[in-house]
Design a binder for this molecule. Structure first.
Ligand SMILES: CC(C)(COP(=O)(O)OP(=O)(O)OC[C@H]1O[C@@H](n2cnc3c(N)ncnc32)[C@H](O)[C@@H]1OP(=O)(O)O)[C@@H](O)C(=O)NCCC(=O)NCCS
Length: 346
């Protein structure tokens, strides 16, 4: 019977089901105490390794497969250098793990296979949540978890075995997790951060008016690279000669601006209800174009109906409601979620 496990590829590895002929390569890491000091199993004797391989092969042939045991093989020379796995624990949740022969540590292979197995879980298996656990001393393993965007959810004292060279019985364990939404947000952030931007200097702002309202540039704030702040224009929105609000344009894409948006506006209370924010956004188009930006994000609090309507009337596309990360300024101001809209400038 053919296995049902899909072969996965990364930049330098092929992840494929185990074969009986993998014994030697697997035993070369599974039988060495240093290599498995933080694992709940091992060091293996020959029959342990044989049993593991046979069980992994059996799992790979189950349909539907619930326990994906992948052998990691170097593309360059076909050598088996380790393994990773994904085990379904609940309907839409799984736990992942990895091991490499110690001769291949610290070269990025752990991160490479971890990233692919998590992508597999979300894209191909449609999972909702993926978790991983490790001994709190296992720096290499939890760095892999962090590198692939997992979040530390907890530290469980004496919840696992101690490292094999310790005279203690129990070891502390970290639990890491990533939700499907978080994974999708990482892809979206990477996408926006890859969009082109042209910025040599601030431009001399042309007259920005539609006959009813006018934007008057009040400040040009240079980038602050240490804070990862991009250059920004600040405008007063005026009707007649009166200020009715303000609007900012931030020139660039960063992780923080995914949640905060390239455009930020506020209309003074007594002037609300006349569509000023939307009109001001449209007046920014020539400036946005000059800086080579084809898309801008506008974000707002989910309770802010007026701002949502502004985005909808602009024809901006609703991307998602995103949970704010704790490091974000908006989180520090007390906000927990933002609605993210993408406005295409054509
Ligand atoms: C866990 C393991 C798969 C990591 O693989 P890896 O290929 O070394 O990981 P990467 O190269 O992607 O490295 C991830 C990070 O950890 C660091 N790191 C890895 N091993 C390390 C070590 N022994 N000491 C210090 N740092 C280490 C890397 O420098 C890198 O740091 P950075 O992201 O801050 O630059 C590998 O160490 C291993 O097989 N360990 C034994 C089995 C095991 O413990 N599995 C996990 C059980 S929960």
């Amino acid at each position: 019977m053919m296995g049902v496990m899909k072969i996965l590829e990364t930049e330098s590895l092929i992840l494929r089901p185990f074969e009986e002929t993998d014994f030697e390569a697997v035993h070369a890491y599974a039988s060495v105490a240093e290599n498995v000091q933080y694992m709940i199993w091992g060091p293996n004797n020959e029959s342990d390794t044989k049993a593991f391989i046979l069980q992994a092969i059996a799992h790979s042939r189950e349909n539907p497969c619930k326990n994906y045991q992948y052998a990691a093989v170097l593309k360059s020379n076909g050598k088996l250098i380790g393994a990773c796995n994904l085990t379904i624990t609940r309907k839409d949740e799984a736990v992942v793990g990895w091991i490499l022969h110690r001769g291949y540590w610290k070269q990025g292979f752990g991160t490479e296979m971890g990233k692919r197995i998590v992508e597999f879980g979300f894209v191909e298996l449609g999972l909702h949540r993926i978790i991983a656990r490790c001994n709190t001393e296992n720096y290499g393993s939890y760095r892999v978890m962090e590198n692939i965007g997992m979040r530390r959810e907890g530290c469980f004292l004496e919840a696992g075995p101690a490292n094999k060279f310790s005279d203690k019985k129990y070891g502390d364990e970290y639990l890491y997790a990533i939700l499907r939404d978080e994974w999708e947000i990482q892809q979206e952030i990477a996408y926006y951060n890859s969009l082109p931007v042209i910025f040599e200097d601030f431009i001399d702002v042309p007259d920005l008016t539609d006959g009813e309202i006018e934007l008057v540039c009040t400040a040009k704030k240079p980038a602050i690279p240490e804070k990862k702040w991009v250059p920004a224009y600040k405008f007063e929105i005026r009707r007649g000669n009166n200020r009715v609000g303000m609007i900012n344009l931030r020139v660039g894409y960063t992780d923080s601006l995914y949640y905060g948006g390239q455009i930020g506006y506020s209309v003074d209370e007594q002037h609300r209800g006349h569509g000023c924010a939307g009109k001001a956004c449209r007046l920014l188009v020539p400036v946005i174009r000059t800086h080579g930006m084809k898309k801008v994000l506008i974000t707002n609090s989910p309770t802010n109906i007026a701002s949502r309507r502004t985005c909808e009337k602009l024809g901006a596309k609703f991307i998602r409601t995103a949970r704010l990360p704790e490091w974000h300024d908006l989180y520090k101001e007390g906000l927990r979620f933002v609605n993210i809209f993408e406005w295409s400038i054509d």
